[in-house]
Design a protein around this ligand. Structure first.
Ligand code: UDX
Length: 472
C-alpha cells in the first residue's frame, strides 16, 4: 500500500455534536504539527452551523490555524438530512439518519479522497460512536483508529455491555441494583453511576442500536485513542490495553489552552470578559449544561432560586433549547430583574476563556467530559449536575475518585436550599480551600502528562511510531 518513507495521511471524522468536534479539531492540529497530512471532514450541517456562528464566514474552519508547516485539508459531507432540518428538536430522526444513511455519503467521499490523495491516505480516525468506521476503513485498506472523546471508564463499560447484560445489570426488565465489581480494571461501580443508556430498561431505541453497532466496530478497530490521562485512570487503561492497542493522549486542548484560531463553536459567543473583569478573584460561579442535554423546567427554577439565596455572582449559559418542552422561558418570573449586576445570562460563550478568568471560583456542570477536563485545567472545582449519557459516570470520577467536586443534589430532585448550601460549600471557607487544593493536584497530573516526557505526549508519539511501522 505505501512506499517506505511515506508521510502519514489521516482522515478525521468527528461525531456531529459540539463536544466531539472540539477534541477532534484539537487532535487534527496536534497530529498535523507532528508531520501528518490531515483531511478533516465535518458534516455539512455542522459546517453550516459553525459558519453561521462566525462573524467572518468560515469556508474552511482551519484557515486561521494553517501555516506552511501544517497540512490540513477540509471537506464536508451530508448527514442525509436537509440543512434546515432541526436536529435538536428531532433528535431521533437525526440519529436514524446517522445510523442508516450517513455511511453511504461517507463511503462515497472517502473513495474520492483515497483515489487522488497525495500523500496517499494511511488511516481513518473516526469517532467511536460511528457504526461504520472499521467496515469502511477496511474496504479502502486503511488503518482503523477509533477516537474516544470520553473517559476510559465509560469506554470500558460500553465495551463490557455483554458482561453487564449476562450479570443482570443491564438490559433486563428489572436491572440488578447491587454494586458491579466484575468489570476488568474497574474495582467497583454503582449501577446509578452507569451511563444513562446502560441504566435504561428500554433498549430498543435508536441510540442503543447505534451504541451496540459502534462497539462492534470499535472492537474490530486497529487502535483506540482516548482523550484521557494514563495517571487518572491507570487500572482501567491497563485492563483495556490487554485487549487492544489503547493510547491515553489527553487532555487534547488547543495549544497553550488559549482560544483556538480554528472556528469550532456551533453558536455565537457572548462576551463575558468585560463583565468578569469587574468582579473579585474567585467570586463568580459559572453554570453550563453543555451542548445538547436538556434539563427540566423545575430543575432550572430551583437552581435559579438557589442562586438568589446564595447571593453569589454568576454567569449562566442557558441555551434556548435547555428545556425540551415548549414551556417558554424556564426562569422564574422577575428573575432577570432581580439579579441585576450580580449576574450574566447568555445563550453561549467561549467556555475556555470564561473558566480561565481569575474571577471564576466554581462551576456548576452537567459533567460533559470536555467541561471536566477544562475545569480541572483551570483549577475550578465543580458542582456536579449530570443529565444524560456518560455524565453520570463522569460525575463519579470527579466527586468520588478525584474529590474535586460535589453533587449538586443528594436526592432525586434539585432543591433551592440545597443548591445554595452546596454553592457555599464549594466556593467558601475551609471546604472551598480543600477543593482548590485537591484540584491543584489533579491539574498537575494533566500538566505533567502534556510535558515533552509526559505520558500523553509519549503515548501520542508511540501511536505515531506504531502507525508508521504498520504502514511501512
Ligand atoms: C457530551 C458528553 O456528555 C461529553 O462527555 C462528550 O465528551 C461530548 O458530548 P457536551 O454537552 O457537548 O457533552 O459537553 P462537553 O463534553 O462538556 O463539551 C462541551 C464543549 O463546548 C466544551 O468544550 C465547552 O468548552 C464548550 N462550550 C460549552 C463552549 O464553548 N461554550 C459554552 O457556552 C458551553
Amino acid at each position: 500500500m505505501a512506499n517506505t518513507h511515506q508521510k502519514p495521511h489521516a482522515i478525521l471524522i468527528p461525531y456531529p455534536l459540539q463536544g466531539h468536534v472540539i477534541p477532534f479539531v484539537n487532535l487534527a492540529i496536534k497530529l498535523a504539527s507532528k508531520g501528518f497530512t490531515i483531511t478533516f471532514i465535518n458534516t455539512q450541517s455542522v459546517h453550516h452551523q459553525i459558519s453561521k456562528a462566525q462573524t467572518d464566514s468560515a469556508d474552511d474552519i482551519f484557515a486561521g490555524a494553517r501555516n506552511s508547516a501544517l497540512d490540513i485539508r477540509y471537506s464536508t459531507v451530508s448527514d442525509g438530512l436537509p440543512l434546515e432540518f432541526d436536529r435538536s428538536l428531532n433528535h431521533d430522526e437525526f440519529m436514524e439518519s446517522i445510523l442508516h444513511v450517513f455511511s453511504d455519503y461517507v463511503e462515497e467521499l472517502i473513495a474520492k479522497i483515497v483515489e487522488s490523495a497525495v500523500p496517499p491516505v494511511t488511516c481513518l480516525i473516526a469517532d467511536t460512536f460511528y457504526v461504520w468506521p472499521t467496515t469502511i476503513g477496511k474496504k479502502f485498506g486503511l488503518i482503523n483508529v477509533s477516537f474516544w472523546t470520553e473517559p476510559a471508564l465509560v469506554f470500558t463499560l460500553y465495551y463490557h455491555m455483554e458482561l453487564l447484560r449476562n450479570n443482570g445489570h443491564f438490559a433486563s426488565n428489572d436491572n440488578r441494583k447491587d454494586t458491579i465489581s466484575y468489570i476488568p480494571g474497574v474495582w467497583a461501580i454503582e449501577p446509578t453511576d452507569l451511563m444513562s443508556y446502560l441504566q435504561a430498561t428500554d433498549i430498543a431505541t435508536v441510540v442503543h442500536r447505534i451504541i451496540f453497532k459502534a462497539f462492534e466496530e470499535a472492537k474490530a478497530a486497529d487502535i483506540i485513542l482516548c482523550n484521557t490521562v494514563q495517571e487518572l485512570e491507570p487500572e482501567t487503561i491497563s485492563a483495556l490495553q490487554v485487549k487492544k492497542p489503547f493510547y491515553a493522549i489527553g487532555p487534547i486542548f488547543p495549544t497553550g489552552f488559549t482560544k483556538s484560531s480554528v472556528a469550532t463553536n456551533l453558536w455565537s459567543e457572548s462576551d463575558c470578559t468585560q463583565w468578569l473583569n469587574t468582579k473579585p478573584h474567585g467570586s463568580v460561579l459559572y453554570i453550563s449544561f453543555g451542548s445538547y442535554a436538556h434539563a427540566s423546567k423545575n430543575d432550572i427554577v430551583e437552581i435559579a432560586k438557589g442562586l438568589l439565596l446564595s447571593k453569589v455572582n454568576f454567569i449562566w449559559v442557558l441555551r434556548p433549547d435547555i428545556v425540551s418542552s415548549d414551556d417558554g422561558d424556564p426562569l422564574p418570573e422577575g428573575f432577570e430583574e432581580e439579579i441585576g449586576e450580580t449576574a450574566m445570562i447568555v445563550p453561549w460563550c467561549c467556555q475556555i476563556e470564561v473558566l480561565s478568568h481569575p474571577a471564576i471560583g466554581g462551576f456548576v456542570t452537567h459533567c460533559g467530559w470536555n467541561s471536566i477536563l477544562e475545569s480541572i485545567w483551570c483549577r475550578v472545582p465543580m458542582l456536579c449536575f449530570p443529565l444524560l449519557t456518560d455524565q453520570f459516570t463522569n460525575r463519579r470520577l470527579v466527586v468520588d475518585d478525584w474529590r474535586v467536586g460535589i453533587n449538586l443534589k443528594d436526592g432525586k430532585t434539585v432543591n433551592a436550599d440545597e443548591v445554595s448550601e452546596k454553592i457555599d460549600r464549594l466556593m467558601g471557607g475551609k471546604s472551598g480551600e480543600e477543593f482548590r487544593k485537591e484540584i491543584n493536584e489533579v491539574r498537575k497530573v494533566l500538566e505533567n502528562a502534556l510535558m515533552a516526557d509526559g505520558s500523553s505526549e509519549k503515548n501520542l508519539d508511540q501511536f505515531v511510531e506504531d502507525l508508521m511501522v504498520t504502514i511501512r
